[in-house]
Design a protein around this ligand. Structure first.
Ligand SMILES: [Zn+2]
Length: 120
């Protein structure tokens, strides 16, 4: 079973070696979706949504919200933000009966990246 929680954060970025609209400094309201796979515990929960929210806030949102993403990641594409978030969230969301299984990072309503760990 998979549970999902969605977040948003506002951040600026530019893509230094890209030629096009995204090479210049600009911002997005990013949408982040974090999915955790596991079995419901005695309380019927794969993971408590409040705990999931607190973990995502602490290890991802507190770093990225209202930041210049280039200060955190040299090339802050949606793909690289997804991998960076995965590397921080996977250990934090590893429980006895649940684990991180999918991250989605959306720059706009129609452009996003899905990462499920492993091979890039
Ligand atoms: Zn952009």
């Amino acid at each position: 079973m998979i549970v999902v929680k969605k977040f948003t954060f506002d951040a600026a970025h530019y893509l230094p070696s890209y030629r096009g609209k995204c090479e210049k400094l600009h911002g997005h309201t990013y949408r982040l979706s974090v999915a955790v796979e596991g079995s419901p515990d005695a309380e019927g929960m794969v993971i408590d949504f409040a705990l999931l929210k607190a973990i995502v806030k602490k290890v991802v949102l507190d770093e990225l919200d209202h930041s210049l993403l280039n200060d955190v990641l040299p090339v802050p594409s949606a793909e690289n933000i997804a991998v960076w978030s995965w590397e921080r969230l996977a250990p934090a969301l590893q429980g006895p009966d649940h684990r991180l299984c999918r991250i989605e990072v959306w720059e706009t309503a129609t452009s996003g990246c899905i990462y499920e760990g492993g091979q890039l």
